[in-house]
Ligand binder design. Structure first.
Ligand SMILES: CC(C)(COP(=O)(O)OP(=O)(O)OC[C@H]1O[C@@H](n2cnc3c(N)ncnc32)[C@H](O)[C@@H]1OP(=O)(O)O)[C@@H](O)C(=O)NCCC(=O)NCCS
Length: 177
């Protein structure tokens, strides 16, 4: 399925709240159930995919949604972390995977981070989320460290992407364009 040409990326508004939360509710069980278990999924949904957790990020303009045929099919959420830009969430509804939408969201996040003057993007994924690891490696991210979560949950693997030297960037006379 290739739908990316019909997909619109835009900043989320308050009207998107339920659609954004729905992305979490649909992607978390499928993504983390097999590697971290039901309790971790329930914890994450209760902590990070509520209205209280989502509204401030939307208000701050840190949430981007991918809309297809009037439906929110993917999203990202970003925020500053120690002078770098953290990609806190990147999720595409399972039935829309491998259609180019995650790539659109990733490229838009990188472009926005550069435009906002960041020279590094960071994020963590849960060890065992091999699909996410392969996806991020595809965009040039490399591992910087691991964090133990405890309670039988897999480690968080931190990765980063230096933006100033990102492949594909045009370099003219030693200046980054
Ligand atoms: C990871 C995820 C966002 C990828 O989104 P997607 O829409 O399926 O990815 P796309 O179809 O846009 O792929 C974009 C590019 O990445 C490549 N890619 C995707 N997954 C890959 C993988 N596992 N390994 C290597 N390359 C991969 C694609 O081949 C494509 O390459 P191209 O642009 O050169 O053609 C999506 O699978 C997802 O939501 N997974 C569940 C949630 C999750 O794990 N999120 C990350 C949390 S840290």
């Amino acid at each position: 399925m290739k739908v990316a040409s019909g997909v619109l990326l835009r900043a989320a508004t308050g009207d998107d709240l339920q659609g954004v939360i729905e992305v979490g509710q649909q992607t978390w069980p499928a993504t983390y159930g097999p590697i971290a278990g039901k309790d971790y999924v329930a914890m994450g949904l209760a902590k990070w995919w509520t209205a209280d957790a989502t509204i401030p990020a939307i208000r701050a303009g840190r949430v981007t949604v991918a809309e297809y045929d009037g439906e929110i099919v993917g999203m990202t959420s970003v925020g500053p972390l120690d002078g770098k830009l953290a990609l806190w969430k990147l999720y595409v509804l399972p039935e829309f995977h491998s259609a180019g939408i995650g790539g659109m969201l990733m490229r838009a996040s990188i472009a926005k981070a550069k435009a906002d003057g960041y020279d590094e993007m960071v994020l963590s994924y849960l060890d065992g989320n091999d699909n996410a690891r392969g996806f991020y490696e595809h965009y040039g991210f490399t591992e910087t460290g691991r964090e133990s979560t405890g309670g039988g949950v897999p480690d968080s693997v931190w990765i980063h992407l230096p933006l100033s030297n990102h492949p594909g960037e045009t370099v003219l006379d030693g200046q980054h364009a």
